[in-house]
Design a protein around this ligand. Structure first.
Ligand code: 5AD
Ligand code: SF4
Length: 525
């Protein structure tokens, strides 16, 4: 979309409700028509300006503008009256939180939420692009939704999130799934009301994906998923450009929110009774680097430490930017929990070099030693990729030994997945898939062993659990997490949900702990 088109799209169109019916009819007409290839190519020419990964890589030095004036026009506030929305979320916490924002916008437009696809008037797929299987799931879901759309032509189907930022994905949807009504990118979420308006009243698929990162939009409404734990964005984007990773292209350059805006949001959550916040960013340790004044994650955490909220977590860290000041602040404890998720990706310095991680095995181990010295009880968890292009057996063994040497208590492990547009996707790869799978199995066996051992140490101990609700498997059992992020299942009255209680661990499993309530509803901080 060029500047001119964007300006036009920005102008709020007046909506005459009597137009709605005829637009629904034309919608059905459109679906029928677009089964022909000729029509599809017409759609391309008419509407389509693809997102561009090369452009996304060009980082501008210009300052990011922060906007505090988001508003939904009066007529768009009525448009969802009596209608329902459903958002399906794939991927990371950042996406989960974006879903909360989109739910906030849709609620302000009068829509109500539903879990039933048959009831929904608008369905959004908030997608993840990090690995190929994440994308396959979304295309599977798009296929499942086609009959519903044919049955209910006025249903609005939208694809958003990271996949929409990829040129190849947008092309594929335009060619193979033309019944989708709108595609919008991660920088376009605040434009949702106008996009819905265009999708409702226009005849063409609405595609709005800005290749370059947007500004920061501060006052977006949110409908949070729960009332106990909340997510707070501290920054957006990533400038690291690890050679395998699509995120810097799909999420744009690093942009930090102002400390006062973050602090205010955390204070509000505390005032509303939330017990835990997780500060979110793709690379939270780079927080503040783009601000005009000297400020970093350590300083932000120092401020947040003073807020009366029992638990503060943060994710995800990059080892490269994890500085001494942050370690010093975290070591003071208080509401800053001593669980650190510190993705290492590989135990081999050579693989780390080609991944462009900008640290060696030794540097990572030094960082771990510093953290352990300052926070002897800290739990460390990580992310690991196996089968990176041309990873040798020896290099993989180095990942295995690093896993043991650090004593990670848990790890998310992945087989390398080539992402179009990233440097590593263009490289030759001499590691057969069978070998990659074997490596993953061996690594997972080690991760399970270490997790089990870590859990075993808790047997007989009393832990503080933030009770989240009924366990997924058994409604008679409650569950919650300890400060170090261990899942605990125990029997207790439902009145303790939302509170921090002491639980004695009776049995350790591989991924969770069973326990019994020590004192009923005694809140501890
Ligand atoms: N293939 C496999 N795993 C990946 N990750 C990121 N990109 C890829 C990829 N192309 C993993 C990394 C990251 C986590 C969120 O996903 O381990 O830390
Ligand atoms: Fe991707 Fe994380 Fe590397 Fe950024 S730091 S490029 S999000 S793996």
């Amino acid at each position: 979309m060029n500047e001119q088109q964007r300006k036009q799209a920005n102008q709020i169109k007046q909506v005459d409700p009597s137009d709605i019916k005829s637009d629904q009819d034309s919608n059905l007409e459109r679906i029928k028509q677009i089964d022909s290839d000729e029509m599809i190519s017409k759609y391309f020419q008419a509407t389509y300006q693809p997102p561009n990964l090369k452009k996304a890589k060009k980082r501008l030095k210009k300052d990011v503008d922060i906007h505090y004036d988001f508003a939904i026009s009066q007529e768009m506030k009525q448009i969802g009256q009596g209608k329902k929305f459903l958002i399906r979320t794939y991927g990371c916490q950042m996406n989960e939180h974006d879903t909360e924002v989109m739910a906030g916008i849709l609620t302000d437009m009068g829509y109500q939420s539903t879990d039933d696809t048959n009831e929904a008037d608008i369905i959004l797929l908030n997608t993840c692009a990090i690995r190929e299987n994440a994308e396959n799931k979304v295309f599977g879901e798009i296929g499942h939704l086609k009959p519903l759309k044919l049955e209910k032509p006025d249903l609005i189907l939208g694809v958003c999130g990271c996949m929409s930022q990829e040129e190849s994905v947008v092309n594929r949807i335009l060619k193979k799934h033309p019944f989708i009504d709108m595609i919008f990118g991660t920088h376009n979420i605040h434009r949702l009301p106008s996009l819905i308006q265009e999708a409702m009243f226009g005849k063409e698929m609405v595609v709005e994906v800005w290749s370059k990162e947007g500004d920061i939009i501060e006052n977006l409404p949110k409908v949070r998923k729960g009332k106990i734990k909340g997510w707070v964005n501290i920054m957006y984007g990533c400038d690291k450009f690890c050679t395998y990773c699509i995120v810097p292209y799909t999420r744009g350059k690093e942009r930090s929110r102002l400390p006062e805006d973050i602090i205010q949001e955390v204070r509000q959550l505390a005032a509303q009774g939330y017990k835990e916040v997780t500060l979110l960013g793709q690379n939270v340790n780079a927080y503040g680097k783009d601000l005009e004044f000297e400020y970093g994650l350590g300083q932000l955490m120092e401020e947040i430490n003073k807020i009366d909220i029992p638990r503060v977590r943060f994710t995800t860290s990059h080892p490269r930017d994890f500085d001494d000041h942050l370690i010093e602040v975290l070591a003071k404890g208080g509401n800053l929990l001593d669980h650190i998720h510190l993705p290492v990706q590989s135990g081999s310095s050579e693989v780390l070099r080609v991944m462009a991680r900008r640290y060696t095995r030794e540097e990572y181990l030094n960082l771990v030693a510093k953290i352990r010295k300052a926070m002897p009880n800290a739990t460390l968890t990580t992310d690991i990729i196996v089968g990176f292009p041309n990873e040798t057996d020896e290099q993989f063994e180095e990942t295995m030994t690093l896993m043991e040497e650090v004593g990670f208590e848990s790890a998310y492990t992945y087989i390398y997945s080539p992402r179009e547009g990233t440097p590593s996707a263009r490289w030759e790869d001499n590691v057969p898939m069978e070998v990659k799978k074997e490596r993953l199995q061996r690594l997972n066996a080690l991760v399970n062993k270490q997790s089990k051992e870590a859990m075993k140490k808790y047997e007989g101990q009393i832990v503080k659990v933030l009770v989240e609700g009924e366990s997924k498997k058994n409604p008679d059992v409650l569950s919650g997490y300890t400060e170090r992020n261990k899942l605990v299942n125990f029997r207790a009255p439902k009145s303790v949900i939302g509170k921090i209680v002491e639980v004695k661990v009776t049995e350790a499993k591989t991924w969770s702990l069973d326990g019994e309530l020590v004192e009923e509803a005694v809140e501890v901080k």
